[in-house]
Ligand binder design. Structure first.
Ligand code: NAD
Length: 287
């Protein structure tokens, strides 16, 4: 069994991004800018935003976080997005999800300028992903594809079972795999007999949020296991959706939690933001 080391790869990608940012600044006089909208006090969201902010600082980005109380109005968030859409110093806009229940999340995500949509959640970019056109791809599934590429795992013709069908993880994961010529099945909460599906998989990719959902008797010998889940175990430790201890004895490759897909998500946010900045810098031809 081999570990798919997302931490090591993310550090390698970050190094590359740092030098590209230095080059962009030197050649075009351009600094990539990322704006984050954080609503409420959810500790997990605060932790993710703090990690993203630190990564931006390391990469030499300009970044700004708009922190808002949980009872904020729809209009106030919309006005912030409109302002950032117009702000020439901002290349990427990220709205940390989930938003509070009084907020229409779809409307907020649709308001983000698709050219600044570094999370890839705008329907324009979703459509481009599904039709295999260039655009912004959600960071977590994009990070998984990078990790597979790094370890020279070709998904072409492989049976891939994606467990979890959310708009931010499962669905874009399935689209990326399909675009790379894999045979893809998507399972979710209503799937009858999950094991029947996962047992047939060459690659199982699970992003659900249920501790120990995938057990050793649910995978075939030598399967590749991508654990996208992030859960807080009763003992306070971060764990994924896979029973790592037992599944790791049977599979060929596995991502650990932490240190697998999580750091790749942050690296892909930097990568998407740099992509947006590079396009803008060229458009502006600035110095
Ligand atoms: P979500 O709640 O939006 O979606 C969960 C999906 O899992 C749904 O499609 C649901 O049908 C399915 N599901 C739930 N219980 C199931 C079960 N028992 N069997 C099969 N399918 C089931 O969640 P999300 O935002 O997609 O996040 C999923 C997990 O991925 C969470 O643990 C989250 O923390 C993690 N996550 C990790 C990263 C990362 O960077 N590694 C990024 C985003 C989300």
């Amino acid at each position: 069994m081999q570990i798919l080391d997302g931490k090591a790869l993310s550090q390698k990608i970050e190094k590359r991004i740092i030098s590209e940012v230095i080059e962009l600044k030197a050649q075009m006089g351009y600094t990539p800018g990322l704006a984050v909208v954080l609503v409420g006090q959810d500790p997990a969201s605060q932790a993710y935003v703090s990690m993203k902010k630190k990564a931006c600082d390391r990469a030499g980005f300009y970044s700004v976080t708009h922190e808002m109380p949980s009872d904020i109005s729809q209009e106030a968030i919309e006005n912030t997005i409109i302002m950032m859409n117009k702000n020439p110093n901002i290349d990427g806009i990220l709205v940390q999800l989930p938003l509070p229940p009084q907020i229409d999340t779809t409307k907020i995500l649709e308001l983000v300028d698709p050219t600044k949509d570094v999370d890839g959640f705008h329907p324009y970019n979703v459509g481009r992903l599904v039709t295999n056109l260039d655009g912004f791809v959600p960071c977590t599934p994009l990070g998984v594809m990078e990790l597979l590429k790094e370890y020279e795992i070709d998904v072409k013709g492989k049976n891939c079972v994606v467990v979890g069908a959310s708009n931010i993880v499962g669905k874009p994961m399935a689209s990326l795999l399909l675009n790379a010529d894999a045979t893809v099945e998507i399972c979710h909460i209503m799937t009858d007999d999950l094991k029947r599906h996962t047992l047939n998989a060459d690659i199982v990719l699970v992003g659900v949020g249920v501790i120990n959902l995938i057990k050793e008797d649910m995978i075939k010998n030598g399967a590749i296991i991508i654990d996208i889940g992030i859960n807080r175990a009763p003992n306070g430790k971060l764990v994924g959706d896979v029973d790592f201890e037992n599944v790791s004895k049977k599979c060929s490759y596995i991502t650990p939690v932490p240190g697998g897909v999580g750091p790749m998500t942050i690296a892909m946010l930097l990568s998407n933001s740099l992509k947006a900045a590079t396009i803008n810098a060229r458009k502006r031809g600035s110095k």
